[in-house]
Design a protein around this ligand. Sequence first.
Ligand code: URP
Ligand code: ZN
Ligand code: ZN
Length: 477
Amino acid sequence: MATTLIQGGTVVSSTGRVEADVLVDGEKIVALMAPGTTPLGTIAAHTVIDATGKYVIPGGVDAHTHMELPFGGTAASDTFETGTRAAAWGGTTTIIDFAVQTYGQRVMDGLAAWHEKAAGNCAIDYAFHQIIGEVNDDSLQAMRQLPDEGISSFKLFMAYPGVFMSDDAQIFRAMQVSADTGMMTMMHAENGPVIDVMVKQLLEQGKTDPYYHGVARAWQMEEEATHRAIMLANLTGAPLYVVHVSAKQAVEQLAAARDIGQNVFGETCPQYLYLSLEDQLGAESDEYGKFEGAKWVCSTPLRSKHEGHQNHMWQSLRTNDIQMVSTDHCPFCMKGQKDLGLGDFSKIPNGIGSVEHRMDLLYQGVVDGQITLERWVEITSTTPARMFGLYGKKGVIQPGADADIVIYDPMGHTSIGYGEGKTHHMNMDHSAWEGFEIDGHVDTVLSRGKVVVDGNQYLGAKGDGQFVKRGLSQYLI
Ligand code: URP
Ligand code: ZN
Ligand code: ZN
């Protein structure tokens, strides 16, 4: 087996940092050693990587992506091949994507279709959650088999009536299965029926620009749905994880439930930390005029910067009221996809592409003094791994773990964008992050021991990534 020695770096974990050399044998980490103490007489590494002055961290785990998701009359523009390669460029070495059971489909057929899309195409390791698009006797039965398939979480929607939405009775029944099996219930918490009425009323008033997407999806309807989900979880005893939290009032609901000891967790996304409804309102281009704002149409939506959501979200990452950051990567091009909603914001496919930028964007939070270096590792790698039953294999640099390792250069710089000499690797014709400058850079990425990114070179290949079966959440007692 080929050995790799990562020498001279600072190994950062969720609990601290230490100067150490890391020895990799084949696909696994085998030792952490005091700097320079490598017994080279006995172990001659085939490859030595100099990490002097750099951070050595566990590869990012992005627990919320949607490669190739059919949605909004089109499909997310990243395939498993392009999306996972972009993830690798950005220091993410595992994604958890959402397999979909559509309405009328059998759960296991939906899952099989997702395996078909991903197998042999991924650049990094991947796992699945299961979207339950129709809760009925058959799907409830099938859900009980998911843990054997390595799928220990399922997502329900309180939004998108007629597409994915489950009503309260369906949620209640699915949560009973969650409580019985230990599977995590993941919730898209927005009151869809009320939002649909607001959408209709805004359109009738001629308010058709992308900005009104955020007006229609009011924070009150996120808070309400979050509260309802928490109460249903409380009644059933289901563990609950609320996805893409954007409203500070929703965070307060989660915090209150956690304070009384309920197994409730929350995730936010980079867009809710950095972007606002006002950015979307102010966006304009020669090509698209006010429709430029479509680039930032996602659900839950961007929130007003005048209401304190962004600051509250950073604070809740410090206080652990929010446990982790995923991207909700769901990219669509402007041409032929987002522009389906020209003249009607409700027809803009919902989603932002960020899988490549999460590690960098959150590192900027370290530079800006929002979070510590250790917390950066925790919310982007260690907690996602623990939350979704991957920890030990992923999310940590320790003997026995997969050698998914990122060497991050704090003296490097990353200019994010699409045009003017900048580039990203996601399959999108724009960047939702145009103009973001990061005071750090992903230098080298190892995926199960193989160097897949080396400076400006991509050394990985389609099919390097394997499906990973997950256990139950390690946050449950
Ligand atoms: O806008 C979003 N979030 N698109 C992806 C689907 C979802 O609800 O996560
Ligand atoms: Zn969602
Ligand atoms: Zn999503």
